[in-house]
Design a protein around this ligand. Structure first.
Ligand SMILES: *Cc1c(COP(=O)(O)O)cnc(C)c1O
Length: 330
């Protein structure tokens, strides 16, 4: 078997490829979180990225790397919403056909945004695994090119460009807290951060309800976990039992993985809104939630990635008003 990995040079090449297609997002000092932590805490405002999440970095890089023949065939992916939206956006810019397969767990606001980008949408089953089966069928039957949400070198390298920006913006960062699901973001960011600053710690944050990467790291091999509804809906889904890239990279590069209860995620969303004046979705709020819950010890300048903002606004209102739905607050 050929060992694949993504290194600093691939991430630098990705940055050249996607220049002009994605925003370099700002980083700001959070006074309130710095006061609590007793250390400077910075927020990487990646939820201000075009399409509302970092996924545009990987999607733009993967599409730019396609051959002319592959571009003619079109692309297909399973998604919890944000990858689909990013892929649809990047494909539309290039005039490429995009088919996005999603489960019924994907929120309506995310579906609407993808529809508006003229992508072809398929809703199948109740999990990412069900959506993936439809992807496999379309690859076999219609010859579409699969660009998965995380387990692909061009996707990981694209997400890694976020890590390059962080180390340029906060060169003395001691820790970087990264939302973690399939691990494309964490693997790419960790490869960039550790490539530039080997001593900087990179910590993954997942929700306790269905944390597939954490369960897999504990088992020392990819394992399946049940997918459950969570406020961090963008962190749902497995890592793939045949994971080729992100499992090994997360195993080798992450210093720790921390899990959050639903009320801790809600507290992160609320703090972002009340104190930072930022609207973030559950997955984007887990870094703040982890700090507020005292689940990570910070030893120096710390960067939290606010990874996305695509939350249903009526849900957001109920969370900031303190009305969290009981069955979701595990
Ligand atoms: C996809 C996503 C994540 C998790 O990224 P992975 O590469 O799957 O670990 C985190 N936050 C948001 C907003 C996302 O859309």
């Amino acid at each position: 078997m050929i060992e694949t990995t993504v290194e600093l040079q691939h991430i630098r090449a990705a940055r050249e490829r996607i220049a002009g297609k994605v925003e370099r997002t700002p980083i700001v000092l959070s006074q309130s979180l710095s006061d609590r932590a007793g250390r400077p805490v910075y927020l990487k405002l990646e939820h201000h990225q075009t399409t509302g999440a970092f996924k545009l970095r990987g999607a733009s890089n993967a599409i730019a790397a396609l051959s002319a023949e592959e571009k003619l065939r079109g692309v297909v992916a399973a998604s919890t919403g944000n990858h689909g939206r990013a892929l649809a956006h990047a494909a539309k810019l290039e005039g490429i056909r995009a088919v996005i397969c999603m489960s019924r767990l994907v929120p309506e606001n995310k579906l609407d945004a993808i529809r508006r980008l003229d992508a072809d949408i398929r809703i199948v089953g109740n999990s990412q695994d069900d959506a993936q089966q439809e992807v496999d069928r379309l690859v076999a039957d219609e010859g579409l090119v699969m660009l998965p949400p995380f387990d692909h070198p061009d996707i990981v390298a694209g997400q890694g460009t976020l890590g390059l920006e962080i180390m340029e913006q906060v060169p003395d960062a001691a820790s970087v807290l990264v939302p973690l699901s399939g691990g494309g973001l964490a693997a790419g960011v960790a490869a960039a951060v550790k490539g530039m600053s080997p001593g900087t710690k990179v910590i993954g944050i997942s929700m306790a309800r269905g944390a597939a990467m954490k369960a897999s790291l504990d088992a020392r091999r990819p394992v399946q976990v049940e997918e459950l509804p969570t406020l961090a809906d963008s962190l749902g889904g497995g890592i793939g039992l045949d994971n080729r890239l992100t499992f090994a990279m997360c195993r080798d590069l992450l210093d720790d993985v921390v899990l959050l209860a639903e009320d801790e995620i809600a507290a992160g969303i609320r703090h972002a809104y009340e104190e930072e004046r930022e609207i973030v979705e559950g997955a984007g709020a887990v870094g703040i939630g982890a700090l507020l819950a005292g689940k990570v010890k910070v030893s120096g300048p710390t960067v939290l990635i606010l990874s996305g903002k695509n939350i249903d606004m009526s849900l957001h209102r109920r969370i900031v008003c303190g009305e969290i739905i009981a069955e979701r607050a595990a």
